[in-house]
Design a protein around this ligand. Sequence first.
Ligand code: LER
Ligand code: MN
Length: 274
Amino acid sequence: MKLSIVASLNENRLIQDEIYKKFTSIVDFLKSLLYDGIELSLLEPEKIDTNKIVEILESRDMEISALGTGSTFIRFGYSLGHHEESIRKKAIERVGEFIKFAKETNSKVIIGLIRGRYAHESNPKKERVNIESSLKECCRMAEIYDVELLFEPINSFEIDSYNTISESVNLIEKIGSDNLRLLIDSFHTYLEEDPGFIWDYLKKVAPLVSHVHLADSTRRAPGSGHFDFKTFLSTFIHAGYKGYASIETIMKPSFEEVARSSMDFLSLLLKSIK
Ligand code: LER
Ligand code: MN
């Protein structure tokens, strides 16, 4: 299992040189801690020269594990489930930019918070219909570029639909695109899933999983709370999962400290899994 951690580049505010300087320094720092890659949370991927990014990655034998798209909803208000068609179109267009960036950097595109939240003008049923039809359009683009989309069940405090793994699996199966895969986040699993059934269910869905997010029960670094990472990660390893587990936490006390303590905890844990 490969390890990465989420970082952002502030590409909407920085001048070009500063973007690549920032990227280089994060990648060098992560390499020194023996990470395999970096997960990028971006707002405007089209502002970044992918040739430069690829050059920096290749010279250090590092990868971009996945691209986070949630800022599209948080900062621009565009979402795949929005009740207005014009806003849904904007969200789909933004996913298109992420897909192009992913193609050029050999990464994958996360479909998480970009699904949005329904407002008073809508309701959960309409929102689901909108998400499904928007997602079909995103899958068509992903198929053309041969890029994977990672559908992420997210807890019900943050989003209104597809909170559980089984609801998400049903949607993935209904859409039936080879380019639509599952992202499992330990924090959302902890909040939403039934502890009596989840481990067996994870074994069943593991073949659909193409990315994993890690945060402890406190949403801080793995090892700081009481989530059972050993059982969680063993399930994927025993199912032959060779993809990334990516640390996505509240970055406190600092990004550097979270990166260090997570690596200390996870490298020991991974060694203990037979
Ligand atoms: C996105 O990966 C995610 O897990 C959301 O909960 C972000 O807050
Ligand atoms: Mn996540």
